[in-house]
Ligand binder design. Structure first.
Ligand code: NPW
Ligand code: ADP
Length: 455
C-alpha cells in the first residue's frame, strides 16, 4: 500500500490509517509530499513499521501497489494545487476528500486525484456530491468521528429514495382513498412544436404514468395526432377553453375537469408570439407550475405569487442568470453549482431544480436538497422531458393552502422537486438494469419506480 501524504491534518489522517494497517502486517510506504509532515502521526507510522519515501520514488512504488491512499489535501486545499498523476489501474482511497476537490463547492484543480472510494470524516462535504467533485469521489462513506455536536447546521441536504414519502408529505397531503380523478390531480401540459413533437409526448406519457387523475394538453395542431396516438389518456384543451379556464384559475381549485390544478410548461415549446401570449396567461395564474426547456427562454426574472419550479440544465441556468444581469460561464457553474442555482432562485423568486449528474433543488432562502446517486445513463435526449411530466403530476397531486407562508411554500416546492428527481433517478436505475437506456425505457420504468418509492 502506498500513501500520498501532505503537510497538514489530512496527511496526518493518512499516516494514522496506514499505521493501523502496518500493525496488521500490510506493507505500507508513505510518500511525503509536503515540506513538513504531521509529527505525531509520522512517529506513530514509523513505530508501526511503516516506511517513508520521497516524491521522486513514487513512479517505482506505484508499479507494485495494490491500493493508493490519497491524503495530500483535504479541506485545506487552495486553488492551484499540483498533484502527481496516478495511473488509472491503481485503486484509490481518498481520506476525507479526493485531493484537489473544494469541500464547499465541488470545484476541482486540473490535477485532482480521482478516487474509487472516499471516506469522509464527520460529515458529508457538499463538494463530494455536486459539480466536478461529485464525478471524482467514487463511492462515499461517511464516518462519525464525534464531531456531530460541534458542527454547524448543514448548508444542504442529500435526499435519498427512502425520503420520498416524507418529501411528499404523504400522510396529510397525498392521494386519499375515495378521491375521484379530478380531485386526484388535473395537470395542464403546454408543450411541443412542429420541430419537437416528441418532447411533448414524452412529458405527457411521464405525467400519466405517475398516477395523475387527468391530463389536459395544449399542443400545436401538428402535434395533436401524435399526442392522442401515443397518450390516449390525454384530453386536448382548445384555446377558447384555455383562456376561459385561466381567467378563473385559483390555487387548489380542482373540483372539475375544467379546472387545472397545476401546469407543466416547456418541453419542445418554441418561442413564438402566440406561445408567449399563452405563457403570459399561465404565468399570471396562481396554479403551481413547472417550467422547463422552451418556457425558460421566455421567462423574465422578478417577484411573482405563483408557486414555480424551474428546471434548467447548466446551459439554461447560464441564460437565466444572464437575463437577471449575472454573467457566468459553464465553468463557473461547474465550479459552484449550488451557489448559482441559489442566485437564480432568488432572481426568479422560485425553486430551481438544476439538472446534471447531480440534481440540485434550491429555494430562494437557500434551503437545498441534492440528489447525487443517478445513473449517468440518464444523460439521454428526452430524459428531462420525462422529469417535467413527472414533476407536473407531483404538483397536481399536492394541495397548496392559499395562506401558506412564502418560506413554507418554497420549501414544499423544493421537497417536491427533490422527490421528482429521486423517482426519475430510480426509474433510470431500474431501466439501466435492462441495458442501455432511452427516454422511452425510462418512461416504462416510471410506474414501478413510483410504486417502489411509495406513491
Ligand atoms: N481539523 C479538524 O478538526 C479535523 C481535520 N480533519 C482532517 O484535516 C483536514 C484538514 O486539515 P488541514 O487544515 O491541515 O489541511 P489539509 O487539507 O491537510 O491541507 C494541507 C496543507 O496543504 C497546504 N496547501 C493547500 N493547498 C495548497 C496548494 N495549492 N499548494 C501548496 N500547498 C497547499 C496548506 O498548507 P499551507 O501551505 O497553507 O501552510 C494546507 O494546510 C481535513 O480535510 C481532514 O482530513 C479531520 O480528521 C476532521 C477533524
Ligand atoms: N451524467 C449524468 N448523470 C446522471 N444524470 C444525468 C447526467 N446528465 C444528465 N442527467 C439527468 O438527465 C436529465 C437530462 O435532462 P435535459 O438536459 O433536460 O435533457 P433533455 O432536454 O434531452 O430531456 C436530467 O434529469 C439530468 O439531471
Amino acid at each position: 500500500m502506498v500513501g500520498l501524504i501532505g503537510s497538514g491534518n489530512n496527511g496526518g489522517d493518512g499516516l494514522y490509517a496506514m499505521a493501523a494497517l502496518a500493525k496488521r502486517g500490510v506493507r505500507c510506504t508513505a510518500v511525503l509530499l509536503g515540506e513538513r509532515t504531521h509529527p505525531e502521526a509520522l512517529e506513530d507510522f514509523n513505530r508501526a513499521g511503516g516506511r517513508s519515501a520521497y516524491a521522486m520514488q513514487l513512479p517505482g512504488l506505484l508499479e507494485d501497489c495494490d491500493l493508493l491512499i490519497d491524503a495530500v489535501y483535504g479541506t485545506g486545499v487552495r486553488p492551484g494545487a499540483v498533484l502527481p498523476e496516478i495511473p488509472q489501474n491503481i485503486p484509490v482511497l481518498a481520506c476525507d476528500l479526493p485531493s484537489g476537490v473544494d469541500a464547499d463547492t465541488g470545484a476541482v484543480v486540473p490535477t485532482v486525484i480521482a478516487a474509487d472510494r472516499t471516506v469522509s470524516f464527520g460529515a458529508l462535504k457538499t463538494g463530494l456530491v455536486v459539480g466536478s467533485g461529485h464525478l471524482v469521489s467514487g463511492h462515499i462513506k461517511v464516518i462519525d468521528i464525534g464531531l456531530r455536536e460541534t458542527l454547524p447546521a448543514p448548508e444542504a441536504w442529500v435526499a435519498q429514495g427512502e425520503d420520498v414519502e416524507l418529501l411528499l408529505n404523504r400522510t396529510s397531503d397525498w392521494h386519499v382513498p375515495g378521491q375521484h380523478k379530478y380531485q386526484r390531480g388535473v395537470l395542464g401540459l403546454f408543450a411541443g412544436s412542429p420541430r419537437y413533437p416528441g418532447a411533448a409526448v414524452l412529458a405527457a406519457r411521464a405525467a400519466v404514468s405517475t398516477g395523475l387523475g387527468l391530463l389536459r394538453t395544449v399542443v400545436p395542431d401538428s402535434v395533436a395526432p401524435a399526442m392522442s396516438g401515443a397518450v390516449p389518456e390525454s384530453v386536448p384543451l382548445s384555446s377558447q377553453e384555455l383562456t376561459a379556464l385561466l381567467a378563473h384559475s385559483r390555487r387548489n381549485d380542482r373540483e372539475g375537469a375544467k379546472r387545472i390544478g397545476a401546469w407543466a410548461v416547456g418541453p419542445g415549446l418554441e418561442d413564438t408570439p402566440d406561445n408567449r401570449e399563452t405563457l403570459a396567461q399561465i404565468l399570471a395564474s396562481e396554479s403551481p407550475c413547472v417550467y422547463d426547456a422552451g418556457a425558460l427562454v421566455m421567462l423574465e426574472p422578478g417577484a411573482n405569487p405563483q408557486p414555480r419550479i424551474l428546471t434548467p440544465h447548466a446551459g439554461e441556468l447560464r441564460s437565466l442568470l444572464a437575463k437577471a444581469g449575472v454573467r457566468v460561464d459553464a465553468a463557473d457553474i461547474a465550479d459552484d453549482p449550488v451557489r448559482w442555482a441559489r442566485w437564480a432562485a432568488v432572481a426568479y423568486d422560485c425553486v430551481i431544480l438544476l439538472k446534471g449528474s447531480a440534481t440540485i433543488c434550491t429555494a430562494p432562502d437557500g434551503y437545498t436538497l441534492i440528489v447525487h446517486s443517478s445513473t449517468p445513463d440518464l444523460a439521454t435526449a428526452g430524459s428531462g422531458d420525462v422529469l417535467t411530466g413527472l414533476l407536473g403530476t407531483l404538483l397536481a397531486a399536492t394541495s397548496f393552502p392559499a395562506k401558506e407562508s412564502e418560506t413554507n411554500l418554497m420549501h414544499r416546492l423544493t421537497d417536491i422537486a427533490a422527490a421528482g428527481a429521486l423517482i426519475h433517478a430510480h426509474a433510470g436505475a431500474l431501466a439501466a438494469l435492462e441495458g442501455t437506456l432511452s427516454a422511452v425505457d425510462l418512461l416504462r420504468a416510471l410506474p414501478r419506480a413510483a410504486r417502489d418509492l411509495g406513491l
